[in-house]
Design a protein around this ligand. Structure first.
Ligand code: C2E
Ligand code: MG
Ligand code: MG
Ligand code: MG
Length: 274
């Protein structure tokens, strides 16, 4: 009896595994076709300048409009795209699309808006990456100084394959570099000195309970101070309330992003500044 149960649960396990790998395979095949079938799209979330409250930038956030599954969030397909290397063509598509959107906004008179684009480690390891960025900037007439590329701490870790040289070359093109989700990565602060970074984005983990948790408030304040003393601009992510915004403002944070100012939306719904 015990033996039967054991066998049954093993078969169930096998069936589940097969379903999982099938799902994985199906998703990978579908993701391959996502670009050519125009199923990828960008949403844009505003960043505001803390001092003026003005919208000064848009972060491009990738979505996949799957014909059966509906809108798939990046957390559900970017890991697969990284594993399979598909992030390289997808990342190029994202950058081009973001720069095209910026061109359209410039054409309608919003010439000061900046654009933020997320990168994956796999892209930075790609030999042609810097040339690709350079080509896209040229093709879309994008003012390089208005583009910020977002990296994460883990991408700057020793052995990640991302070199100071690649980042220096990107900087030479004129683009800015930001560290996303700052404070959550497993790395030393030494890279802040070594890499040519322009901005820090405080992870929303430290913002969520900033009103109640004095530890979080102290960390957010310390990141602002650290950033400023290194000549960097500091952005707070995940700002959801006026109270959180007030605390960050008191700490001298430069920019803020979060549902309090606007969720990520399609370009047509983006709250352009006056
Ligand atoms: P991220 O770059 O840190 O982007 C911020 C994420 O936090 C977004 O989730 C955004 O919708 C969400 N968010 C913004 N404000 C708030 C808030 O006030 N409260 C809460 N709870 N969440 C907020 P999303 O769009 O699901 O993206 C998740 C992550 O996927 C991004 O985190 C980024 O790491 C990655 N990602 C998105 N687009 C791309 C892309 O084009 N390329 C790459 N490589 N990664 C991307
Ligand atoms: Mg980001
Ligand atoms: Mg982030
Ligand atoms: Mg992130």
């Amino acid at each position: 009896r015990a033996k039967d149960e054991g066998r049954d649960s093993f078969q169930l396990y096998q069936a589940t595994m097969n379903a999982r790998s099938l799902e994985h395979l199906a998703l990978e095949t579908a993701l391959h076709r996502a670009i050519s079938r125009a199923e990828l799209l960008l949403h844009f979330q505003p960043l505001v300048e803390v001092g003026s409250g003005q919208i000064m930038a848009a972060e491009a956030l990738l979505r996949w409009q799957h014909p059966q599954l509906g809108v798939v969030a990046p957390a559900d397909f970017i890991p697969l795209a990284e594993e399979t290397g598909l992030i390289v063509p997808i990342g190029e598509w994202v950058l081009r699309q973001a720069c095209e959107q910026h061109r359209a906004w410039r054409a309608s008179g919003h010439s000061r808006l900046r654009m933020m684009v997320n990168l994956s480690a796999r892209q930075l390891r790609d030999e042609g990456f810097v040339d690709m960025v350079s080509r896209v900037l040229a093709d879309t007439a994008m003012p390089a100084a208005q583009l910020t590329l977002e990296l994460t701490e883990s991408m700057l870790m020793e052995g990640s394959g991302c070199t100071v040289e690649v980042l220096e070359r990107l900087r030479t093109l004129g683009v800015r570099l930001a560290i996303d989700d700052f404070g959550t990565g497993y790395s030393s602060l030494a890279y802040l000195k070594r890499f040519p970074i322009d901005e820090l984005k405080i992870d929303r983990l430290f913002i969520r309970d900033i009103e109640r948790n004095s530890g979080d408030a102290a960390i957010a304040e310390a990141i602002v101070k650290l950033g400023h003393s290194l000549g960097l601009r500091v952005v707070a992510e995940g700002v959801e309330s006026a109270a959180q915004f007030a605390i960050l403002s008191a700490h001298g944070c430069d920019f803020a992003q979060g549902y309090h100012f606007g969720r990520p939306v399609a370009a047509a719904e983006f709250p352009l500044p006056d």
